[in-house]
Ligand binder design. Structure first.
Ligand SMILES: NC(=O)c1ccc[n+]([C@@H]2O[C@H](COP(=O)([O-])OP(=O)(O)OC[C@H]3O[C@@H](n4cnc5c(N)ncnc54)[C@H](OP(=O)(O)O)[C@@H]3O)[C@@H](O)[C@H]2O)c1
Length: 325
């Protein structure tokens, strides 16, 4: 069955409702990359292969994911698998901290070098904290877009107000903001009350949901074996949600995911991902990350999982208390 594709914002870029998050390919490097264990390259190839086989056509990486390590691992894996530039969609991100807008242009060459011949299809500002204004950043992005150096402009972790400013700044150049990448899952629904989702729908901007599995919580794996998180590298084990009390709070929601999953022959994680990419229609796409090929195989199964309106509504109700809705 052909996998559905959606236009990213009002651009010509077509993406599947699920892409692969590549933060996990950071090689354990740096403060941000060190969040995950360093994966051997054969594992990265296996993960990317599973994403492609499962129908995903795009990959989300970033400068800050090991300072080029993730981009390099992704590009090497795509080459190993015989993929050519242009056959998949690549999204990466500029790291704005302590930088001026001009660095968007000067660091693009680094992005392209690390991507080893694959293009930057979507270039995103990773977060709003820089030395530049939104308008200055978008002026540089507009230049890169007009020169054909990138194919679409996105932002990440932007408030509704900043997203509108970015969109307006691009509109002055006859362009449009393609996407805002934000944390969004059944446990993180702040975008529904802070205006981000409403503004995205109004302006035709795609929301790219990161951490759509709440970093593993919504797979039910940790509820089944709460002690296992202590064996995983990285700081998740210290986060309140991953501790036993946090897991106890989310257990009713996870049990509902299990119950709904049983009716479809699906896993709780697949149900959680299907909810994210269906509840708001085509506006929200998601980029689950993975450290093993079998996780991606499972996650890709959410692409053709059709939840009923009643199931979508039940999960909406049940998840509200966790998101302050
Ligand atoms: N723009 C931003 O500021 C920002 C921030 C965060 C993330 N992101 C992007 O979003 C992507 C996804 O977010 P995320 O990695 O934070 O969270 P996520 O996708 O919710 O969770 C990924 C983790 O969940 C576990 N997992 C995934 N599939 C599983 C399965 N089928 N069964 C059991 N466990 C499974 C794995 O944990 P283990 O590795 O422990 O097995 C995996 O590493 C990242 O890769 C990155 O590209 C962007």
């Amino acid at each position: 069955m052909a996998v559905e594709k959606r236009l990213l914002g009002r651009t010509e870029l077509e993406v599947t409702p699920l892409g692969l998050g590549c933060w996990q390919f950071s090689g354990g490097r740096g403060l941000i990359g060190g969040f995950w264990e360093a994966l051997p390259q054969e594992r990265v190839v296996g993960v990317v292969e599973a994403a492609l086989a499962g129908g995903m056509n795009w990959f989300d990486t970033a400068e800050a994911y090991g300072w080029g390590a993730s981009e390099e691992a992704l590009s090497a894996a795509l080459k190993t698998l015989g993929k050519k530039p242009g056959e998949v969609v690549i999204a990466t991100k500029w790291h704005p901290t302590f930088r001026r807008a001009s660095s968007l242009r000067t660091t693009l060459e680094d992005r392209l070098r690390h991507l080893g011949g694959f293009p930057v299809d979507l270039h995103q500002v990773h977060h709003p904290t820089s030395l530049a204004t939104v308008e200055e950043e978008m002026r540089v992005m507009a230049g890169l877009l007009r020169e054909g150096k990138i194919r679409a402009v996105g932002v990440s972790n932007y408030t509704a107000g900043m997203m509108r400013r970015a969109h307006q700044a691009l509109q002055k150049h006859g362009l449009a903001l393609a996407s805002n990448q934000i944390r969004y899952s059944l446990l993180d629904r702040q975008a529904e009350r802070n205006g981000v989702l409403a503004a995205a729908k109004e302006l035709g901007i795609t929301i790219i949901a990161y951490s759509p599995l709440a970093q593993g919580i919504l797979t039910a794996r940790l509820h089944a074996d709460p002690a296992s998180i202590r064996l995983r590298p990285g700081p998740r084990k210290w986060l309140p949600r991953f501790r036993e009390r946090g897991l106890a709070r989310t257990r009713p929601l996870v049990e509902a995911l299990e119950e709904i999953g049983r009716a479809h022959g699906a896993t709780p994680g697949q149900v959680a991902l299907a909810w994210v990419i269906r509840f708001h229609g085509p506006t929200v796409v998601a980029i689950p990350g993975a450290s093993r090929p079998e996780q991606v195989r499972e996650n890709a199964g959410a692409l053709d999982l059709a939840l009923t309106p009643r199931e979508l509504a039940r999960l909406d109700e049940l998840s509200r208390p966790f998101s302050g809705l």
